[in-house]
Design a protein around this ligand. Structure first.
Ligand code: PEP
Ligand code: MG
Length: 889
């Protein structure tokens, strides 16, 4: 294997091997752009080093050969005393990990070569400044010396000279500082700063390899879901200098505005400086546009290069450049990060410019970005007082009174107050408080902290790890930077999309994107902004491309209508149990507890017209589109009085010697029906088989509603779905009864109802025997919530709050399997069942209606395994449409 690539040998598609930076340096080199010559050591070499603790045997010679070639090209040798070649050693992994890993500049300087550099550059100050930077960076990143010691020494030197910026230090001061820095190295690292240039380079390369595995880098990767075994590449690049005087400098730029996508000049420039000065914010940069006055030639060349890069990468790029005595050099480029809104705008702009086509545009945005654009947000024009910033853990804009414990959160929210729960960090005991709160704010923890994970699961706004806020839960207060104290009850606002924390109430405005989907804002209309226009067009691209249809989980006309506005092509899951809550719960209770056939039939007779009316409305709102009605599913106890409450009532009545026969009878029945494990108990099809008449009543209501809609010249397209089937026999019995009822209704109404009957696949046994089940089912809808629960043996109602945080922190999975489909386990059952089902019945319709139906990554999986549709909650429909389109490109 080859471990080292010259910049002329690589290209932008070799990111796995050369890392992002190396691949793009090679690409720019091959585009003929001015990149200082250099070479890249591969991630493969890093992996060997990290696995074995030693660099691969061949690496040293390969590096030597490339270094020789570089020296020959530059006409000078690394560290040569009278005219040294200097290099930078920079990390560069496949995925950018900003500030996580190491860089060392100016390698090759020593007590001797610093003189040579001074002579060659004709600038003593510059040479000594470069040398002190090398010792500082090398000491810190390679030798592990505390960086503050160097900073303090630098500050002391400035103070001694009564100056504030480092450029005011002169050669003699810097020379003294070098002596001081060398002493720090000797004391702290127990060795001298190496004078041999090659030793400097080799040690720096190892340090970059090692930096892959610092705690900081590991944590970042876990949070960003970057695999831990990729390793980093190392770029060795000949140095160019931005600190050679006023005709030198360094800067960063975007080829277009990363916030709006507009074309223009966006960037910052810092005269007489090296790259790390910009990042460190030591001196103030000037807007890039001012470079035109400072150095017109370089500016024009830079604009030209940016255009070349945009046309080549066909996307927004960000770049780093340096000007050395009026000569421009490109040090880095990559496809730049952007806000969600800009992603949509840029994608459509690039289509308009003819740079990319619709399919390519779809790869430039994603469902998570669209979801972000659909949250309400703070009014941009509002006057705000920001007091902190944490990690944007779960998007949204939340305003409420500060409370510091869950008990208060629950109490206040019950009395109608909006609250923000503020904790140092949350734990499972805070769950009630989190549910009650508008939003959650913590001062500790990252993107996978308990607060973040749980809040995202609940779709609740959350900012976590806002470290500059001092939360004192005992005294129920929080101190913000500057000393202001937020007491319990003070209003705060948090922005889960930016991580910003504000004092007082910041006004919230609805998302223009939602306004558009709701039909209250129209693209092309005067008030429609560019974002709405871009989203509108991208949705059209997605709709044209996608094969998956998108349906809604909805059980009332209001949700159904919203779903339609959002683009739903039918209802994939109407959970009928939601129709039995409220006033009707008692009717169901009576049905379940009925001792005699007459009692039971009486309750069913009362339920029938109510159910029928529900369906008439639903079919009307989805006229012309399929509506899958699922027969009653949930465990019995949800319809019965609480066993503890009832026991207390009976005991009280007993002690007061009041009559309580009815309560006692009820209690006995509840005891009889009580289950230890109701989710694995009497629910779904089992309920239908055990309670005579229940399912047939529902089927009759569906059939009669459909007949009524037909009579009204509607176009009802009902599908009847049986839940929790584990074996084809269950389904056969239900079907036989249902077919009879449907035939009766058809005969009575004289209408052809064309009702289809299918089943959910939500138990492992159903998936494993899907071939048999398809004999009796006209469609399958995968209930991936229960399927995940039963395949993993995870209680879906409990685990996310109990041990999932620990699992996520340990990296057992990167995301909850209830959120994103577990492809290897649950997913392979879906795949198997889809295949077996279609073997039995080639026209078997396949869909999914678990929560995963609206999850971006899962949508791609369902596309790949050949489902016909996904079904999700109304608000996630646009995301599912977009992702279904993306999956098809
Ligand atoms: C499922 O189990 O995935 C499903 C959609 O049904 P429910 O969530 O109602 O159990
Ligand atoms: Mg289910």
């Amino acid at each position: 294997v080859k471990f080292v690539y010259d910049f002329t040998e690589g290209n932008k598609d070799l990111k796995d091997l050369l890392g992002g930076k190396g691949a793009n340096l090679a690409e720019m080199t091959n585009l003929g752009l001015p990149v200082p010559p250099g070479f890249t050591i591969t991630t493969e070499a890093c992996k060997v080093y990290l696995d074995s603790g030693e660099e691969p045997a061949a690496l040293r010679d390969e590096v030597s050969a490339h270094l020789d070639a570089l020296e020959a090209r530059m006409g000078k040798k690394l560290g040569q005393a009278d005219d040294p070649l200097l290099v930078s050693v920079r990390s560069g992994a496949k995925f950018s990990m900003p500030g996580m890993m190491d860089t060392v500049l100016n390698i090759g300087l020593s007590d001797k070569s610093v003189q040579g550099l001074a002579k060659q550059a004709g600038d003593d100050r510059f040479a000594w400044d470069s040398y002190r930077r090398l010792i500082q960076m090398f000491g810190k990143t390679v030798l592990g010396v505390d960086g503050e010691l160097f900073e303090d020494a630098l500050d002391a030197a400035k103070a001694a000279k009564k100056v504030t910026v480092d450029t005011e230090l002169e050669a003699a001061d810097l020379k003294k500082l070098v002596t001081k820095f060398k002493k720090i190295v000797k004391t702290e690292a127990g060795r001298d700063f190496p004078q041999d240039a090659r030793e400097q380079m080799d040690l720096a390369i190892h340090a970059v390899f090692d930096s892959w595995n610092t705690d900081r880098a590991k944590l970042y990767r876990r949070q960003e879901r970057i695999p831990g075994d990729l390793g980093t590449a190392v770029n060795v690049c000949s140095m160019v200098f931005g600190n050679l005087g006023p005709d030198s400098g360094t800067g960063v730029a975007f080829t277009r505005d990363p916030a709006s996508g507009h074309q223009g000049v966006y960037g910052d420039y810092l005269q007489n400086a090296q790259g790390e000065d910009v990042v460190a914010g030591i001196r103030n940069t000037v807007p890039l546009a001012e470079l035109e006055q400072i150095d017109k030639k370089s500016y024009d060349q830079l604009m030209q290069i940016m255009e070349t890069l945009e046309n080549h990468y066909k996307d927004l790029c960000d770049i780093e450049f340096t000007i050395e005595r009026g000569v421009l050099w490109m040090l880095q480029t990559r496809v730049g990060k952007r806000t969600a809104g800009a992603a949509f705008r840029i994608a459509t702009q690039l289509v308009d410019q003819g740079l990319i086509d619709e399919a390519e545009a779809l790869t430039r945005v994603n469902g998570a970005q669209l979801a972000q654009l659909m949250f309400p947000r703070f009014d941009e024009d509002a006057k705000v007082s920001q007091v902190g910033r944490g990690i944007a853990a779960s998007p949204g804009a939340a305003v409420g009174k500060a409370v510091f414990d869950s008990y208060t959160a629950v109490k206040w929210s019950r009395s109608g107050e909006k609250v923000i729960l503020i904790r140092r960090e949350t734990n499972p005991d805070d769950l009630d408080g989190m549910i009650a709160a508008e939003g959650i704010l913590t001062s500790r923890g990252g993107k996978t902290s308990h607060a973040a994970v749980v809040a995202r699961g609940m779709g609740k706004t959350c900012v976590c790890g806002a470290e500059e806020l001092e939360v004192d839960t005992k005294r129920r207060r929080m101190t913000v930077p500057g000393g202001h104290v937020v007491e319990e009850g003070d209003v705060v606002s948090i922005d889960g999309s930016s991580g910003k924390v504000y004092l007082g109430e910041v006004p919230v405005v609805p998302s223009p994107v939602v306004e558009y989907f709701e039909g209250r804002m129209h693209p092309g209309a005067d008030d429609a902004d560019e974002l709405v226009e871009a989203v509108h067009r991208m949705m059209a691209f997605a709709d044209r491309k996608r094969r998956l249809r998108v349906r809604a989980n909805a059980d009332n006309a209001e949700d159904a209508l919203r779903a339609r506005r959002f683009g739903a092509q039918g209802i994939g899951l109407c959970r009928t149990e939601h129709m039995f809550l409220g006033d009707r719960r008692e009717l169901v209770e009576r049905l379940i507890l009925a001792d005699t056939d007459t009692e039971r039939e009486e309750s069913l007779k009362q339920l029938l017209p109510l159910q029928k009316q529900d369906f008439v409305q639903l079919f009307e709102s989805m006229d012309g589109l399929p509506v899958t009605v699922r027969l009653l599913d949930p465990p019995l106890h949800e319809f019965l009085p609480d066993i503890t409450e009832l026991s207390v009532r009976v005991a009280l009545a007993e002690s007061r010697q009041e009559p309580h026969e009815n309560e006692l009878r009820l209690l006995q029945a509840v005891h009889r029906l009580h289950e230890q494990n109701p989710m694995l108990g009497l629910r779904g099809v089992r309920l239908g088989l055990v309670i005579p008449g229940l399912f047939t009543m529902q089927v009759r209501a569906i059939a009669e509603a459909a007949a009524e809609r037909k009579a009204a010249k509607g176009d009802p397209r009902a599908e009847i779905m049986i839940p929790l089937v584990g074996t084809v026999q269950e389904l056969e019995i239900v079907r036989e009864e249902a077919d009879k009822v449907i035939a009766e209704v058809e005969a009575a109404s004289g209408a052809q109802l064309k009702l289809s009957i299918g089943t959910m696949i939500e138990l492992p046994r159903a998936a494993l025997t899907a071939g048999q089940i398809a004999e009796a089912a006209q469609f399958f809808s995968f209930g991936t919530n229960d399927l995940t629960q039963t395949v993993w043996g995870f209680s879906r109602d409990d685990v996310e709050a109990s041990f999932f945080t620990a699992y996520l922190e340990k990296g057992i999975f990167g995301v909850s399997p209830f959120e994103t489909i577990d492809k290897d386990g649950v997913g392979s059952l879906v795949k198997l069942a889809a295949k077996a089902g279609r073997e039995t019945r080639p026209d078997l319709k396949l869909g999914v209606c678990g929560e995963h139906g609206g999850d971006p990554e899962s949508v791609h999986f369902f596309h790949e395994v050949g489902l016909d549709y996904v079904s999700c909650s109304p608000f996630r429909i646009p995301v599912a449409r977009l992702e279904a389109g993306r999956a098809a490109v």
